[in-house]
Design a protein around this ligand. Sequence first.
Ligand SMILES: *Cc1c(COP(=O)(O)O)cnc(C)c1O
Length: 401
Amino acid sequence: MMLNLNLFKKNYSRPGRFGDFGGRYVAETLMQPLMDLEKCFYESIEETQFKRELSAELKHFVGRETPLYQAKNLGKHLQQKIYLKREDLNHTGSHKINNALGQVLLAIKMGKKRIVAETGAGQHGVATASVCAHFGLECIIYMGSIDVRRQQSNVKRMEMMGAKVIAVENGSKTLKDAVSEAMRDWISRVDDTYYLLGSALGPHPYPTMVREFQSIIGMEARAQILERENRLPNEIVACVGGGSNAIGIFHSFLHDTEVKLFGIEAGGLGVETNLHAARFQGGKTGVFQGTHTYVLQNEDGQISSTHSISAGLDYAAVGPEHSYLHKSGRVVYEAVTDREAKDAFFSLAKNEGIIPALESSHAIAFALKRAAIIPKGSIILINLSGRGDKDLSLIEECAHV
Ligand SMILES: *Cc1c(COP(=O)(O)O)cnc(C)c1O
């Protein structure tokens, strides 16, 4: 791999830019609120008081640190050491709460009383509803109507915790439309409302801020693997929707160039069909939802519709830092199909007694493919971004996949 670390540094030197990617492409009315948020964020992460409160909440409310689990059965016949970073064991069942908690603390500092958020699979909505209930804030969740249907149990959980779930009927009725609606809501009520974005997406400061709140995953995993194995993993694999769990685990390892990093996108029914969400294989660069990044689009720049068995990976754009990491070659992005993900789902459930989210199953599927071809005795670290309880009815419905 040809990686020039000086170039790497230079490309991170402008706030909100990752090489050519990122930025802040928004309506005039959002410039000031985004700058206020940026200021509050950079100040807060330097404050002892803020850091102490965030750490205490992560420990007592979320249940961190999460274990690093060696999946011995899964790796056995392949003679590899496969480790899972157990983000599925976080309160509410995924990594999303690491970010929701960090941002809600910023919202409280900024005096906001009303929180709006988008959700795809519903995991970010559930995490946001939970932290809002915890801190006594009003919570409104926008969710595409297709996702409302395919993730019913999460809709019920959000409502039980007092959130109002609004089904979005525009466009493809999935995550990108929910993001647009949440932004529209925020623009109309910036004075009392905080937009709690759920992935490393959108205009600056969100991609940087979300990455910082998720980087706890990689910091813990790095220390844990060094303690267990006395060396770094050979390869790290994470699924990439917007890219927050992946950037969260990758960040502590970016400078360890001997560690191979893989980001796995949704290959849907196959990247040769139009039914997938593999932005790096099928997409082109463009500006979408406030940031410059890779986007699935047609020749006229119209956003393509996407497909994945997992709602959390079903998004036409990708976080801008991943576009930079793709272009620089530091991270390799590959796609896994619905079918492969489903097989990996059962593989982990049957061999290890752990039911993974369908999103995370994409990472497991790819890791198992790598495990079959790389030198024996390698250490592969998989970010198990969430648990699969939300996917049970979907798995039954898609018995034919
Ligand atoms: C939301 C979600 C994802 C995808 O989002 P990223 O921002 O790419 O991490 C992946 N896994 C699970 C379990 C999720 O809930």
